[in-house]
Design a protein around this ligand. Structure first.
Ligand SMILES: *[C@@H]1O[C@H](CO)[C@@H](O)[C@H](O)[C@H]1NC(C)=O
Ligand SMILES: [Zn+2]
Length: 360
């Protein structure tokens, strides 16, 4: 893949400037359409972009591990480093985080982006800038599956939701040696992809029946799943880890019903802010129920290591590529979920302003 890049340097504001090159298009569609994501409201014009990689343009005098021309994955959240959360190693919880493309902070979809040097991870030579941009969503999956859930070799995993983050969680589970990676989604074509990518088994839930409450449905669904896939509550056929990456209430409920006694449940999907959960089941099974938000210490490094070692292949996830001038089309395509030729979007990437478009 020849990107024919030219290097150019510019003035420096922070410890390092990176020339942004590729940026994946994630949930910004919410900002474009609704002007908000939860409590984050767009009040002024804001540059988008937070899943990015770039080429170092200039470094500050104390930066030793990087030099102009280095290709880097860019971790997009600059934390304060002095608060309680930062100091105890949970910097993703920092209340003063400056996160790219989260109001009021501009994102990375620009020619230059100032970023603290320690948030730039040099890419191994055989990884592309697109791989680098994908380290952001991959780090979300690493944080949930490897870090918070602490998945171990030969454990079994169910992932609800086969969107980009769900798929990446499946890939991490597989890379860490999971013996079963069961993908659940209501869209069969997504499951087909999941199977070709990282899932060992797939499952399409039945439809909700007329007049059936969600919780009744979820229990029925969990029982159907147990039957069809030979899942039990204990022993070798039990599910050690449930990763909920859809945000759907019925998936959260089903996940609690399907997890093993003493198992782990990690919530990644963002859906309705309030849901009904079978709390007695959670209590009597002594589930470890965890929320997962962004990524913390070591997550980017592990993401890069697993891709570097060939344990995770990010390339199949990039379905659409756009030039900087086509950015509006990129957002439109992501919003609709497929390009005019009917190809479904998993991840779309936009090249930087002055990058030749010779990506294949
Ligand atoms: C590994 O997991 C499978 C189930 O997925 C189980 O049948 C097998 O016994 C496990 N092996 C060990 C050593 O635990
Ligand atoms: Zn902090």
């Amino acid at each position: 893949m020849n990107r024919g890049l030219s290097q150019k340097s510019l003035m420096m504001r922070s410890s390092l400037r990176s020339r942004r090159l590729v940026s994946a298009v994630p949930m910004y569609v919410h900002y474009l359409v609704a002007g908000r994501i939860g409590q984050f409201i767009v009040e002024d014009p804001m540059v988008l972009g937070h899943e990015s990689a770039g080429i170092v343009s200039k470094v500050g005098p104390k930066v030793k591990h990087l030099k102009p021309g280095d290709r880097v994955a860019m971790e997009p959240g600059a934390t304060c480093r002095v608060c309680e959360d930062c100091k105890r190693g949970r910097y993703e919880l920092c209340p003063d985080i400056v996160f790219a493309a989260t109001p009021p902070y501009d994102g990375t979809l620009a020619r230059y982006y100032p970023i603290p040097a320690d948030l730039c991870y040099k890419l191994p030579d055989h990884l592309t800038l697109e791989d680098g941009a994908m380290m952001e969503p991959l780090s979300v999956a690493i944080h949930a599956v490897a870090n918070l859930a602490g998945l171990r070799a030969n454990q079994t995993v169910v992932v609800f939701g086969a969107g980009p983050v769900g798929l990446l969680c499946m890939a991490v589970a597989k890379a860490l040696g999971a013996s079963r990676v069961i993908a659940v989604d209501i869209v069969p074509s997504r499951l087909e992809f999941a199977k070709s990518f990282a899932a060992t088994e797939i499952y399409v839930p039945p439809p909700l029946e007329q007049g059936e409450s969600r919780i009744t449905y979820s229990e029925r669904n969990a029982n159907a799943m147990k039957e069809k896939l030979g899942i039990e509550e204990r022993g070798k056929k039990a599910i050690d880890l449930v990763v909920e990456a859809s945000g759907a209430e019925v998936s959260i409920q089903t996940g609690i019903f399907i997890a093993r006694t003493g198992g782990t449940f990690v919530q990644l999907g963002m859906g309705a802010p309030q849901v009904v959960i079978p709390i007695t089941t959670l209590l009597t099974k002594e589930l470890n129920f965890k929320g997962s938000f962004r990524y913390g210490p070591g997550d980017y490094e592990l993401a890069i290591a697993l891709v570097e070692q060939g344990k995770i292949d990010l390339k199949p996830l990039i379905t659409h590529r756009f030039t900087f001038d086509q950015a509006i089309e990129a957002f439109e395509t992501t919003k609709v979920g497929k390009s005019p030729d009917g190809k479904p979007v998993i991840k779309a990437v936009i090249s930087g302003p002055d990058v030749p478009v010779d990506v294949i």
